[in-house]
Ligand binder design. Sequence first.
Ligand SMILES: [Zn+2]
Length: 383
Amino acid sequence: MLVVRAYKTELDLTHAQITACEQHAGAARYAYNWGLRRKQEGYQQTGTSPSAIDLHRELNALKKTTLPWMYAVSKCAPQEALRNLDRAFAHYFRRCQQKQTGQWHGNVGYPHPKSKKQGLGSFRLTGSLHIGVAAIQLPRLGRLRLKERGYLPTTPTDGVKLLSATISEQAGHWYVSVQVEQDQTAPDNAGPVVGVDLGIKVLATLSDGTVIANPKPLKLQLKKIKRLHKAVTRKHKGSNNRKKAVRKLGAQYRRVANQRANTLHRLTTRLAKTKAVIVIEDLYVAGMLKNHHLAQAIADAGFAEFRRQVTYKATWYGSHVVVVSRWEPTSKRCSQCGWRDADLTLADRVFRCEACGLILDRDLNAARNLADLARLAASSADN
Ligand SMILES: [Zn+2]
């Protein structure tokens, strides 16, 4: 099966290369914001807005007159930024439609201009790309060294088709994410069925009794982040000290994001590699996020991200993900005899069955119920 997947790794850039990357990111941001304005103007004047192709043609004409500085960067950077803009609008319209039909309950995000305050940003390049063991070769930017040798699939030896490369910056570090098309055919995984209960106190409880602790990075490091935020506001706007404080704050956020991503990736890879069926609950994340006390912890644990990762990794490693409707009372049902505890609240951490006497950790009971539901579904499909 041909799948598109991305590999992201850190770059080891020289000062000249950093400047060139900043220029490319700047051109991409400029094109995106300019395109957004042009689309809005077009819509107000004629009722339709110009497409990425129209805008790219228009931008090329402007290069000759008002934007000669854009000749210094690869033409891909603004072109791909305009494509991103088209995608942002397509996404927005899809969400609007889903909201009308009741399939989506969250916010619908109208595309907004990209600000330099959010970081230097990113840009995507296509065309003549080559990956070696220690470096990647890109149009205009030349040969960029990689910090980790051998992580990216090399062309052409690994038999992958290279689609694009995206360069991005975060807190002073530069990364490249390459999108490749590769053949990934996995035989059906022979492991057991496992129910996964995602939680707030612990990240996940598996029906076999395994408990994966929650890193809860934000909660632990919230104090530090708050202090760094205060440090920023105390410094004068535009001062060097303020810039320094902003950098420190950015680095702290980056650390937290990396920890969170690392924990989730390790868990989802392990599950997809070793289990035949992974049963998860279709948590109504958007609805739960409205509850402000839970919001921090839930956003932190990254439920939606967990589901996304485990779903795509399952296709790589030959396992299956079963999503159980959120209306199934997995927490309230006894996993041994089926008795229901109608009075169970979020505060009850232990499940006590009044029918068969089972006493079990609440999350483990829920995870076992999830695994049972999958077995039930599988056996009724066989008959
Ligand atoms: Zn029972």
